[in-house]
Design a protein around this ligand. Structure first.
Ligand SMILES: [Mg+2]
Length: 107
């Protein structure tokens, strides 16, 4: 997957969510905060899956876990993070390239 396809997907999802949530009352701060809270929710769901993956949950919970749940939750976190970045005018490709270049220089 390339960045252009990912950005287009995020743009489309953002429009869908605007429609679903009545444009967040045309309040960008409200929208940003809603996405930030959603990100926290998704990180919680990912944490649940990481605990299950490492068998740090009761057997009854482990018995109902699906094989794909861990990957789905990683994807949820990434997609909500990208939605938040878009709405806060952070260019995902630019900041990742900048950070990677910085980390590559470290010994
Ligand atoms: Mg989720």
């Amino acid at each position: 997957m390339d960045f252009d396809r990912l950005k287009k997907f995020i743009d489309e999802q953002d429009i869908k969510l605007d429609k679903l949530y009545n444009n967040f009352d045309n309040d960008q701060q409200k929208k940003n905060l809603a996405y930030a809270v959603k990100l926290t929710e998704e990180v919680g769901e990912l944490s649940d899956e990481i605990l299950a993956y490492n068998s740090f949950q009761r057997q009854e919970k482990l018995d109902v876990k699906g094989k794909d749940d861990l990957g789905d939750e990683f994807a949820d976190v990434m997609l909500v993070l990208l939605l938040l970045m878009k709405n806060m005018d952070i260019d995902m490709e630019k900041v990742l390239n900048k950070k990677m270049a910085k980390l590559e220089k470290r010994k």
